[in-house]
Design a protein around this ligand. Sequence first.
Ligand code: HEC
Ligand code: HEC
Ligand code: HEC
Ligand code: HEC
Length: 422
Amino acid sequence: MRKNYKNLMILVLIITLLVPIGCARDEEPVPQPQQPEEPRVELPAVEDMILSAESWQEEYPMIYESFIRTARMQDNKVEDTGLGGLMPISYLDKYPEIKVLYEGIGFSKEYYIARGHYYSLEDVINTSRPKPGASCLGCKTADFEKLWVENGQDLFRLDFYETSQKVENAISCYNCHRNEPEGGIQITAPHFAEGVRKLDQEPKPGTMACAQCHVEYYFDGNTGEIVLPWDNGLGVDEIESYFDEIDFADWIHPRTGTPLIKVQHPEFETYTGSVHDRMGVSCADCHMPRVVEEGEEYLSHWAKSPLKTVTESCLDCHGGEPQALIDRTQAIQQEVKDMTGEVGMMLVDLIEGFAELLDQRKLEDEEVIRELRSLHRKAQYRWDFIFVENSTGFHNAAKARETLNRAKEYAQQALDIIAEYQ
Ligand code: HEC
Ligand code: HEC
Ligand code: HEC
Ligand code: HEC
C-alpha cells in the first residue's frame, strides 16, 4: 500500500513538473512529453529529497572526502598558479582589455575565475553583479529541483536574494544522482532535461552529468527560464544562428550600439566533437578518475584540473611521463591564450575606433554602421566563446583555433572599414 502511494506521488510530481511548462505559454495546448513510455527516474517527494552531501558521508567515506576537496584553498594556497586556479582571481586584473569589451555589463566591473563546486552557492551569492532572478541558482545548488517542484515556472522570476536565503546546500550528490548514488547519473537540471531533447544523441553519463551546468545558456526574456540555445546544433556557428534568428542580445555596447552575446561557459559544446570525445572519453573520465588511496580504489569526486591526476586520467592511453603530457597540454593552452589575447586587443581597437567615428560624426551611413555592428557582434561572440571556456583551448584545440581565426577575420574586416573613415 505504502509503495503504491509512493508511486502515485511520483506520478503526481512528474505531472506537476510538466504542467508549468505549458502554463507559461498561456493559450497553447499543454505539450506532451516526448518519450512518456520511458520515465527514467523516480523523482523523490520533496520531503524525501536527500540534498546534503554529508548525508552520504558514512556510506561513501572516500567519495565524500574526495568531493569535499573541491573546497581546497582554505589554507589560502593557490592550487594552480598557471592557467587554472582556485583562488578568487579577478579576470579584470589579469585581462584589463575586457573592461572595454564587456563595457555596459556587470562582467566589466567584477569577474572572478571559477572555483570548486564547494563554493558554488557562496560565490553566486557574493558576486555583486545584478541577478535577474532565482534562475541564477539553477547551477549552484542541490536545492534547485526542490524549489522547482515547489514553485513551478514562477521560480525563475522569484527574487534572487530572497530565494537564496532558503537554499541550504551548494552543489551536492543530489545534482548528479538524486537519492541513488549507486544508480548512475540522473539529470536534475530542468533546463538540461529540455536541452538534451534537442541533441541527436544523448551524451555518455559521465559527460551528461557535467553538461547540466557547464554549457552556454540564456534567460528567456518573458519567463526568466534558463534555455540552452541548441535548436540548430552545438557548433559555434549553429548557436550564433539560433541567437540571430530570435534577435537575441545580452546587452548593447554603450559606445558602439552593437547588440552583443555574452557567452557563459561552453565546456560541453566545445568538447563535443573533439579528439577525445570521438574516442568516447567522458568529462568525468579525465576530471574524476578512479584512483587508489590508502590501498583502496574508488572513483574520485574531486572535480578539478586533470593535470593533478595525469597518471590516472591520461596515461592508460598516452603512456610516457606525466610531465611530457602536461607540457603538451600547456603548449596548446599557451597558444590559445596568446591567440585570444591578440583577438582581444583587435576588438579593443575595433570598439575604440568605431566609437570615435560615431562620436565625431565621421560615420553616419546607417548601412555601414549596421555592417560594422554585425562584424563586431560576430567577432566578439567568437572571442568570448573561447575566452570564457574553462580549459583554455585544451578541450578542443582544433575548434578553438578555428573559432579564433574566424574572430580575427571578422575583426580585421571591421578594422579595414574603420580605417577608411578615419
Ligand atoms: C557533478 C556530478 C556528480 C556529483 C555532484 C556526485 N557524483 Fe557520484 N558520480 C558521478 C559520475 C559521473 C559517476 C560515474 C557514473 C557513470 O559513469 O555511470 C559517479 C559515480 C558514483 C558512484 C559509483 C562509484 C563507482 O565506483 O562506480 C557512487 C557511489 C557515487 N557516485 C556517489 C556520490 C556521492 C556520495 C556524492 C556526493 C558526496 C556524489 N556521488 C556526487 C557524478 C557525480
Ligand atoms: C549543478 C551544476 C554543476 C554540475 C552538475 C557540474 N558543475 Fe562544475 N562547476 C559548477 C559551478 C557553478 C562552478 C564554479 C563554482 C564557483 O566558482 O564557485 C564549477 C566549477 C567546476 C570546476 C572548477 C573550475 C575551476 O576553474 O577551478 C571544475 C573542474 C568542474 N566544475 C568540473 C565539473 C565536472 C567534471 C562535472 C561533471 C562530473 C561538473 N563540473 C558538474 C557547476 C556544476
Ligand atoms: C581528455 C581529458 C578531458 C576531458 C574529457 C574533459 N576535460 Fe575538462 N579539462 C581537461 C584539462 C587538461 C583541463 C585544463 C586544466 C588546467 O589548465 O589545469 C581542463 C579544464 C577544465 C575546466 C577548468 C578547470 C580548472 O581547474 O581550471 C573545467 C570546468 C572543465 N575542464 C570541465 C570539463 C567538462 C564539463 C568536460 C566535458 C564536457 C570536460 N572538462 C572534459 C581535460 C579534460
Ligand atoms: C581514451 C584514450 C585517451 C585518454 C584517456 C586521453 N587521451 Fe589524449 N589523446 C588520445 C588520442 C588517441 C589522441 C590523438 C593522437 C595524439 O595526438 O596523440 C589524443 C590527443 C591528445 C592531445 C593532442 C590534442 C590536440 O588537439 O592536438 C593532448 C594534448 C592530449 N591528448 C592530452 C591528454 C590529457 C592531458 C589527458 C588526460 C587528462 C588525455 N589526453 C587523455 C587519447 C586519449
